[in-house]
Design a protein around this ligand. Structure first.
Ligand SMILES: [Zn+2]
Length: 421
């Protein structure tokens, strides 16, 4: 049984009746992943319009919380800002829950855990700090003292308020290089006080680690892309640091699941990066799937697997030759063996075999019996290419697909997906 993602503005602008009707075309969809909070992102991303929204052509979301829960009273020292629409009385999650009660659909609140508009007296102690001591905008550290207790209490409160028994947790990782502006430095994080102490306990000297990262930054600034890639790939310090990051995320996710279950009888889905990238961001499929047996990832082959590849290449490279060289180093860092130039990548993305290969890696890395869902890009692509992506995902080691996403998808893509099921 498949699933689809929706956003609060879809529910508020189109109404739950219209949404259920349009999703109904996709006969095997059972899970509707309803965003409970938003990132700082243009909808749709990065350009285009919301094709069937009757009120707006696009929505710029601002990292706010979209459920009728007073986040500040649940955990006063650290909380996410509640969206203005909710303060004015809107309650999109309740609207869709009420419309689907007694139907075959399960509404699963989908939460961006470590990224959003957070505030509170203890925010400073819980933020991600990069290797140069800068705060990384809008990111919480998985090792932050208040992050786990805040989220476990908030999820228990959401369960109490709405009765939802399943949550999808997303953005359970360290920052990547994308954001409002491309920020590769965000990748070399976190060096908050708790992370530094944790590194030392792990036998890793944070000052030595920072020195290696400064070296990589110098190499990149001097356009020595291959050398920078070699340091990241071969340095034992880097390997140890990556292990520390993965342990941090695994401990956070395992702790969040265990702690929330103390308050409420709920279960979880994980939303992870495709495995070729996930390791660098702190996601260890093998360890994470010991804590949670259901996951989704998003091997969007046209979009470089969901990574902002072009943003990164163009940040460092000034001309066509440099871009090709930087792209070659990027391919080697993530062990992609495609015969692909940067120019070809810009036009077509990765080859379609990316979908099957990433799902194969997820299956190999995950605990036996893990339910694996392959995210399918359902916007900004021709119908024929959507069809190819669904067929590739269904033929892969994944159990089924999850469409991303309802509000961004052109009308004809619903019919295309329906015809393949
Ligand atoms: Zn930290």
């Amino acid at each position: 049984m498949s699933g689809i993602h929706i956003h609060p503005h879809d529910i508020l602008d189109e109404g739950p009746e219209q949404i259920v009707k349009r999703i109904g075309v996709l006969r095997d969809v059972r899970h509707i992943f309803t965003a409970a909070n938003m990132m700082f992102e243009r909808n749709p991303y990065p350009a285009g319009i919301l094709p069937h929204n009757p009120k707006r052509t696009f929505v710029q979301s601002t990292g706010t919380f979209h459920l009728a829960v007073d986040t500040a009273s649940v955990y006063p020292d650290l909380y996410q800002k509640v969206d203005e629409t909710i303060r004015m009385g809107a309650d999109p999650l309740r609207d869709i829950l009420e419309r689907t009660r007694g139907t075959e659909y399960e509404i699963v609140p989908w939460l961006n855990v470590l990224n959003g508009y957070f505030t509170g007296a203890k925010l400073r102690n819980n933020r991600v700090i990069d290797f140069r001591g800068n705060e990384v905008d809008h990111w919480l550290c998985p090792n932050g003292e208040d992050v786990l207790p805040m989220w476990s209490r908030l999820l228990a409160e959401v369960h109490r308020e709405y009765g939802c028994r399943t949550f999808m947790i997303d953005r359970i990782r360290f920052p990547d290089w994308a954001g409002k502006r491309t920020n590769p430095g965000g990748l070399f994080s976190c060096f908050c006080e708790r992370c530094r102490k944790g590194m030392e306990a792990h036998g890793l000297d944070p000052r030595r680690m920072i020195a290696v990262m400064e070296n990589v930054a110098d190499l990149l600034a001097n356009k020595q892309f291959s050398q920078a890639q070699s340091v990241i790939t071969e340095s034992l310090l880097f390997r140890s640091w990556i292990r520390f990051r993965q342990n941090s995320v695994t401990a956070f996710v395992g702790g969040l699941i265990a702690e929330t279950k103390k308050y409420a009888d709920v279960s979880f889905w994980l939303d992870l990066w495709p495995p070729s990238y996930a390791w660098l961001l702190g996601q260890d499929y093998t360890e994470l799937t010991k804590h949670c047996g259901v996951l989704k990832h998003f091997p969007y082959h046209k979009l470089g697997g969901g990574a902002d590849v072009q943003g990164l290449i163009e940040y460092f490279a000034a001309d066509a030759a440099e871009r090709e060289e930087a792209f070659g180093a990027f391919m080697r860092l993530f062990r992609f063996d495609y015969e692909l130039s940067y120019r070809e990548f810009q036009q077509k993305g990765y080859p379609i075999r990316f979908i099957g290969e990433e799902n194969g890696k997820v299956r190999a890395l995950s605990a036996p019996g893990t339910q694996i869902y392959s995210g399918v890009q359902m916007w900004n692509l021709p119908a024929q290419e959507l069809a190819e992506a669904i067929i590739a995902a269904k033929a892969s080691d994944a159990d089924d697909v999850i469409y991303y996403c309802y509000g961004w998808a052109e009308e004809e893509l619903f019919a295309t997906a329906a015809n393949i099921m």
